[in-house]
Design a protein around this ligand. Structure first.
Ligand code: AMP
Length: 305
């Protein structure tokens, strides 16, 4: 089954303690699609300006991503500038230039309206709502967001949350959204806002899934060198929602598998700047790392009486 993603396709300028890049390919929908396309058919909906080099997305097209929903319009592509200190879990946004997103009004095609699995990647909540209005009868809808929209678009974001099945959110943003310092309480508050399933991303500490009345913790894959954490969250989302769509269901076992697939894919994404590692990644490498994650978290029944 296929996934529809709406989000940003961007040019990022990123500085980490290990180097910097300017005008590198980025965007929430780009990272998501690079990951989800390993698992399922992926349709991307976004907008870029005339300055965008479409050949930057050839690797996605080669992996079967349907880019017919990418509008190219007059103006400049969305730009994000971010900076990371030695704590790579927290990006500091230096600037966000919406540019062509200011006037973007996505019109879904017949095929896109029939999408069964929908990921509303981090982008203006109004655009997320417009997509929710147009999809006909999705089986499972997921939203990601960020502090900027929690601060500036609380009403619109609240409406999105009331209409989706799952939210995937950073731990600090979960606390901010819920107005709760404790993560588990924050999850409960967020659930009261609408989504039955809550996934909290905790950077190098992994991810926490709250679903079907249970909690599940997945660690992050232990990497010795993290180069650029940009896009880790969206890549994680692509692995998770891709797994759900591939299986066509969202029972607890599938969701747990999806969280681990997401963590594994994200661990590759952060090994190089921009989408560079995702361009060359092979599914066999993902499987090998998944197996290591399994070994890392397995423990026996307690035998001490
Ligand atoms: P992540 O590190 O997973 O949160 O995603 C980072 C990506 O999201 C970058 O490639 C940015 O281009 C994109 N991004 C950052 N801020 C925004 C925003 N306000 N709206 C849409 N996309 C954004």
């Amino acid at each position: 089954m296929s996934v529809l993603v709406v989000g940003s396709v961007a040019y990022d300028s990123v500085k980490t303690p290990f180097g910097e890049v300017d005008k590198a390919l980025g965007g929430s929908a780009t990272f998501f699609s690079a990951a989800a396309s390993f698992l399922t058919d992926t349709q991307l909906v976004a907008v870029v300006g005339e300055d965008f080099d479409i050949s930057d997305l050839d690797f996605l097209r080669e992996r079967g991503v349907d880019l017919s929903g990418l509008d190219v319009v007059a103006g400049e592509t969305f730009r994000w500038k971010g900076h990371y200190g030695y704590d790579l879990n927290e990006a500091k946004t230096l600037s966000t230039e919406l540019n062509v997103f200011e006037t973007f009004d996505p019109k879904l095609s017949e095929k896109q309206r029939k999408a069964e699995f929908v990921f509303l990647a981090n982008i203006l909540p109004e655009l997320q709502l417009s997509v929710l209005d147009q999809v006909e009868s999705p089986k499972f809808t997921v939203v990601d967001t960020m502090n900027l929209w929690i601060d500036t678009k609380a009403v619109e974001l609240g409406e999105v949350l009331s209409r989706v099945d799952m939210v995937v959110i950073n731990e600090s943003e979960a606390r901010q959204l819920a107005g709760e310092a404790n993560t588990f309480r924050a999850i409960e508050r967020i659930r009261e806002m609408g989504p039955k399933f809550v996934v909290v991303k905790r950077g190098e500490y992994g991810a926490l899934l709250s679903a079907h009345g249970n909690h599940f913790f997945a660690p992050a894959f232990p990497l010795e060198s993290v180069f650029d954490p940009t896009g880790a969250g969206d890549t994680f989302g692509g692995g998770l929602v891709g797994t759900i769509a591939r299986n066509g269901r969202f029972d607890e076992a599938t969701l747990r598998q999806g969280v681990v697939v997401g963590s594994v894919l994200a661990s590759f994404a952060v090994e190089k700047f921009s989408l560079d590692r995702m361009r060359t990644l092979k599914w066999s490498e993902v499987v090998a790392r998944y197996q290591k994650m399994q070994a890392l978290t397995r423990f026996d029944t307690l035998t001490i009486e």
